[in-house]
Design a protein around this ligand. Structure first.
Ligand SMILES: [Zn+2]
Length: 537
């Protein structure tokens, strides 16, 4: 018995004791229960690499010996966590074109890490629908899926709901143990880093990234999630969704096949092993374990490295939209403090960025870091994707209307450094501008996607994306840029939101005896499967 197990059993005994003094019935026996483990950002090819290279020994064993199998899954567009989770949790095709976009209806930006944004989006889409996590728990997700317990879920990040807070704070044994263990690991990691730092001092930015990812996400958050889920499984919580972001964070910062990203994969594998052990210890709770990924990542070059340090959402104005006023702003100026914060965020991870965002939003009331508006046009850089919105109209403009306002813009953009292709709407469906030429998807050839075996899926994904009211009048992708390969409009080494094969193709591992829809070409299909666990309850 490991120390983790000992701590969990002590906690379990205390929980039972607490239960006896409160009301609360013991969990129903017999009903099948749902445990979803999401490895954020892991593509099918990197999963295969991880299985082959020994970075995921437990998942390999699960597939070989413990009656589980892996099935390919394609996630649609955009390849982004909020779009995936909303579809999987509520069974809807959401109006979520990216991680950061402009909501035409509410006339304001949606940027998921910001307080309240995920909750608003969830409320809008989930109205009247039953989420797959009703009565359950969500850890590290963008949305709650209807869960009673939410922790580190964007939709309730500053407001953990239900037992979320209690589950986090009151079980002092588990919490104390996670803290002690994480503290020890932190110290060990720091000690291990000393000789390396002495031999080859890392640059400040790299050092901070390493520190935040390794210590913050990988040790503390993963440790806490694993213990919290273990506790839920012992307690027989009907549906649990845990999202391990370790791999995604490292892949953004160092690249999807980097050593740091693969090392995090090994840590996630260890956590899954621990969860599986707990699942096996309570067979009467009849948990079905699923391991899935919401999207993959493409290795990329940051836009600023491609275009002389310029930011895309500014450059587009300087180059095409207003040559006379190169740096006119939208009426907001940057104070030194805001500028300092902003430049600091360049070197941070998404997670830490969330907290900086709260700071920024609440105390500084600054404008969006990756958005620029001028002369009635707003451009938002969201990742390897950027959106251009004409602000004086309510509904999206089609390519002809845009052409009248900005002649040749889409063609010229599609030939610009760091840009792969540009999407627009037309009465005959979406248009794609690629290397200065215009393509329709019902034509043979299909521009950048010609020859891909999954071209039909890409075309469907683009049709879905361009039918979202909140997608820009132009959707500009750095994926498949001519010169350096994939480009992201924000500073990162791995990116997702686009249609490259590694972004779109992921996997789902499930019990071999359970029949999953085949093929899975969109996460809404997962909803139909997962919601059945609710119906039996
Ligand atoms: Zn990501």
């Amino acid at each position: 018995m490991s120390l983790d197990d000992l701590v969990l059993s002590v906690q379990r005994a205390i929980d039972r004791l607490v239960c006896r003094f409160r009301r609360g019935a013991p969990p129903v026996v017999g009903q099948r229960r749902l445990l979803i483990v999401q490895i954020d950002g892991l593509s099918r090819v990197v999963l295969d690499q991880g299985l082959a290279s020994g970075h995921m020994p437990f998942v390999k064993r699960l597939l070989r010996r413990h009656g589980h199998r892996v099935q390919p899954m394609s996630v649609g567009l955009p390849t982004s966590t909020p779009a995936f989770q909303l579809a999987a949790m509520y069974g809807v095709h959401p109006d979520i074109p990216g991680f950061h976009y402009f909501d035409r209806q509410r006339q304001c930006d949606v940027h998921f890490p910001r307080r309240g944004h995920a909750a608003l989006v969830e409320a809008k889409h989930a109205a009247g629908r039953r989420g797959i996590l009703r009565g359950g728990s969500a850890y590290g997700c963008v949305f709650t899926g209807g869960a009673d317990n939410n922790l580190f879920t964007f939709a309730s990040l500053t407001r953990p709901s239900g037992r979320g807070l209690l589950a986090a704070l009151s079980p002092f044994v588990v919490l104390g143990w996670v803290c002690l263990k994480s503290l020890l690991r932190t110290i060990i990691e720091l000690i291990k880093a000393v000789p390396r730092l002495v031999a080859r001092p890392v640059k400040g930015r790299q050092g901070r990234r390493w520190f935040t990812i390794k210590i913050g996400v990988s040790i503390w958050m993963r440790g806490f999630f694993t213990m919290a889920v273990s506790r839920d499984v012992y307690a027989g919580v009907p549906a649990v969704y845990v999202n391990y972001v370790d791999y995604d964070e490292a892949a953004h910062n160092f690249g999807p096949r980097s050593r740091a990203a693969l090392a995090n994969l090994r840590r996630v594998d260890r956590s899954i092993r621990q969860l599986w052990r707990v699942v096996r210890r309570v067979p009467e709770h009849r948990y079905d374990l699923y391991i899935l990924s919401d999207h993959g990542q493409a290795p990329c070059t940051p836009y600023q490295d491609v275009n002389g340090g310029q930011r895309f959402e500014r450059w587009i104005f300087n180059e095409f939209l207003d040559a006379k006023q190169p740096s006119a702003s939208n009426g907001r100026s940057q104070s030194g403090l805001v500028h300092g914060l902003r430049s600091r965020r360049r070197g941070t991870t998404e997670l830490f960025q969330h907290f900086l965002n709260y700071l920024d939003e609440d105390f500084l009331r600054r404008s969006d870091p990756e958005a620029h508006q001028q002369d009635g046009v707003r451009v938002i850089s969201a990742g390897p994707n950027a959106f251009l919105y004409v602000m004086d109209v309510q509904a999206p403009l089609d390519a002809d209307a845009l052409e009248r306002r900005f002649p040749g813009l889409a063609e010229k953009l599609s030939q610009s450094p760091g840009v792969g292709f540009v999407l627009a709407r037309s009465s005959q469906g979406p248009l794609c501008f690629w290397r200065g030429k215009r393509y329709r998807f019902d034509e043979r050839g299909m521009g950048p996607f010609a020859g891909r075996p999954d071209a039909a899926l890409v075309a469907q994904g683009i049709a879905d994306l361009m039918s979202m009211p909140s997608a820009g009048d132009l959707v500009i992708y750095g994926i498949d840029a001519a010169a350096p390969g994939h480009v992201s409009f924000i500073p990162e080494m791995g990116a997702h939101a686009g249609p490259s094969p590694t972004e779109m193709h992921t996997f789902i591992v499930g019990p071999a005896k359970v029949k999953l829809p085949l093929p899975i070409n969109h996460p809404v299909q997962l909803y139909d499967h997962f919601i059945r666990y609710q119906e039996t309850s």
